[in-house]
Ligand binder design. Structure first.
Ligand SMILES: [Zn+2]
Length: 132
């Protein structure tokens, strides 16, 4: 098994554990190299991760995988589910005109990642074998 495929499998296991804690369906996870991400969109190789609500999928840059990024993107999944899968309600368009850090859903995702980073650190380390 390749390194990326192996990490992807571990990330899926981690997300499935977190989702069972939260009692929700798990998003799918895809891990891509920066080169692959560059084909999705210009500048994609610089992005650590994002959440596609259309597909309920977390897409991660294999160069920037860490617990905080995974939890941040996972928070967007919870926001989407909590809205009743209403993208406009979860990620209001008017927010997208603000700077990234001032968007309500981004601030919340940041806070979620910081709050749960400690909580899930041991699980993360056990499943992924990563220190951060
Ligand atoms: Zn975000």
């Amino acid at each position: 098994m390749g390194e990326i495929a192996d990490l992807e499998r571990r990330l899926r296991e981690f997300i499935s554990k977190v989702s069972s804690d939260f009692g929700v369906s798990a998003p799918t996870i895809e891990l891509h190299s920066p080169e692959e991400l560059e084909m999705y969109f210009t500048g994609g190789s610089e992005v650590a991760g994002w959440y596609s609500s259309d597909e309920e999928k977390i897409i991660l840059n294999s160069e920037f995988v860490d617990l905080e990024t995974v939890l941040h993107e996972y928070a967007h999944h919870l926001q989407f589910l909590r809205s009743g899968r209403d993208r406009g309600a979860a990620f209001p368009f008017y927010e997208s005109t603000k700077p990234h850090c001032e968007r309500g859903f981004e601030r919340e995702a940041k806070g979620f990642a910081l709050a749960y980073r400690e909580f899930y650190y041991n699980t993360w380390r056990k499943i992924t074998g990563r220190e951060r």
